[in-house]
Design a protein around this ligand. Structure first.
Ligand SMILES: [Mg+2]
Length: 320
């Protein structure tokens, strides 16, 4: 039986791990592995810079959207998707250092039309919904139906694509099982369900693509996570692949932090990580974990919002 202490340490590890991965990876975002090697040999320190000219320890949209979602869930976001969408609007109005095209388009659509779901489009299979879903995992740790409902609701505000949905749900389920202390084999089982249902995601052998396309992102993260045995190596492996490194770093950090715990995050990385971000994360973890005990009923907002049946939730053999 897990103690609360252990659960909290893993939750902090996951959330801080995500932020650390974002801050580490952002330095080399959009570079190729060869370019990274030429400049850094191995990129292993949080030094800022990159195309966004970040301060050392500064995070990007991956972490900021998690913080916005976490804050919304702590209000009434579990029951009202408008609260989540409003939080994304507020974030965008704060002139974020970076914002993906699909996120911008989705948030603008909500502002103009007040609709909570993006139209399904072929180009919405980016990683922007999966990268920000950790607060939902934490807030619904023991409630699968609430987890699915809120994950897809927050995702569809900007990203409405079956590959994004499948990856978002799987990454969250992996994280949940790791937070519960079920170990890497449980996470691997979830990853294999994804691969079985949606063969696009096959990651062994690693296909070598690192873009923001959700399939490339998931394959690159899985390769790093399942082929290393500690937090630091996992993150160094993933960001030195190049490509969308802030997001692969963030998602790898989420998984590795949930598995190895907060004490596994190198001190030199935590020292650098923006202190306001750290404080906000530490402030959210306990309170998000506490939400799972409230046993909230879905409000009318959810009752009337269509939730697309998902192959990974009901019919595992359905094709995408
Ligand atoms: Mg980013």
């Amino acid at each position: 039986m897990e103690t609360h202490f252990t659960l909290l340490q893993r939750t902090l590890g996951s959330y801080l791990g995500l932020a650390v991965g974002d801050a580490l990876g952002a330095t080399v975002e959009f570079m190729t592995a060869r370019e990274i090697a030429a400049i850094h040999k191995i990129h292993r320190n949080i030094i800022g810079g990159g195309w966004l000219r970040l301060k050392p320890g500064q995070v990007t949209d991956d972490t900021e959207l998690c913080l916005a979602l976490g804050k919304a869930l702590l209000r009434d976001g579990l029951n009202d998707t408008n609260v989540i969408a409003d939080a994304y609007v507020k974030w965008m109005h704060g002139c974020p250092v970076d914002i993906g095209n699909t996120c911008r388009r989705g948030i603008r659509r909500y502002m103009l039309q007040r609709t909570l779901q993006a139209d399904p489009t072929p180009d919405s299979a980016g990683n922007g919904a999966a990268m920000r879903n950790l607060p939902t995992v934490i807030a619904t740790l023991n409630n699968e139906s609430a987890y699915e409902r809120v994950s897809l609701a927050q995702a569809h505000i900007t990203h409405n694509h079956p590959l994004s949905d499948a990856a978002t749900l799987t990454l969250g389920r992996m994280t949940r099982r790791l937070l519960r202390g079920e170990g890497i084999s449980a996470a691997h089982a979830e990853a294999m369900i994804l691969v079985e249902c949606v063969p696009h995601f096959r990651f062994d052998p690693w296909p070598g693509m690192t873009s923001g396309y959700i399939v490339d992102t998931v394959q690159t993260v899985f390769d790093a996570f399942f082929n290393t045995d500690n937090f630091e190596e996992c993150l160094i492996r993933v960001v030195n692949r190049g490509g969308d490194t802030d997001t692969t770093g963030a998602i790898a950090g989420q998984l590795a932090g949930a598995l190895y715990g907060v004490s596994s995050i190198p001190e030199r990385w935590l020292r650098k990580l923006d202190s306001n971000v750290q404080d906000t994360i530490r402030g959210q973890c306990d309170r998000l974990l506490a939400l799972q005990n409230l046993d909230q009923e879905p409000s009318n907002v959810f009752a009337h919002s269509p939730v697309i049946p998902h192959p990974l939730s009901t019919a595992k053999t359905a094709a995408i």
